[in-house]
Design a binder for this molecule. Structure first.
Ligand SMILES: [Zn+2]
Length: 102
């Protein structure tokens, strides 16, 4: 049983922290499309930062990993629950790079 879209959206939002806006759309094949954007980068008039990834749990994980790296790079000192998984995110990034360059 897959959790509902709004429940997943809430979960993603909580995990991404106060700077993020998490949204889940459905793509043409009714797959979840995770989108996380940075409210701070938008507010400061920079190029709005956002990432989107399709898929269920994999998409969620990939989008959250990218968001975690954005937080660390651009907003050091900010706190968010997803930062607790930074080491795991880096490990996954490492593994992805080894599997498929680019
Ligand atoms: Zn940002």
């Amino acid at each position: 049983m897959v959790a509902s879209r709004s429940a997943r959206e809430r979960k993603a939002g909580v995990q991404a922290g106060p700077l993020a806006r998490a949204k889940i759309d459905l793509d043409g094949e009714q797959q979840f499309l995770y989108r996380i954007s940075c409210t701070t980068c938008v507010a400061r008039g920079r190029t709005p930062w956002s990432t989107h990834r399709a898929g269920g749990d994999n998409g969620f994980m990939a989008a959250m990993d990218r968001w975690t790296f954005h937080l660390v790079e651009k907003h050091p000192g900010e706190d968010a629950p997803c930062l607790a998984f930074l080491a795991e995110a880096q490990q996954r990034l490492h593994e992805r790079r080894e599997q498929a360059p680019g």
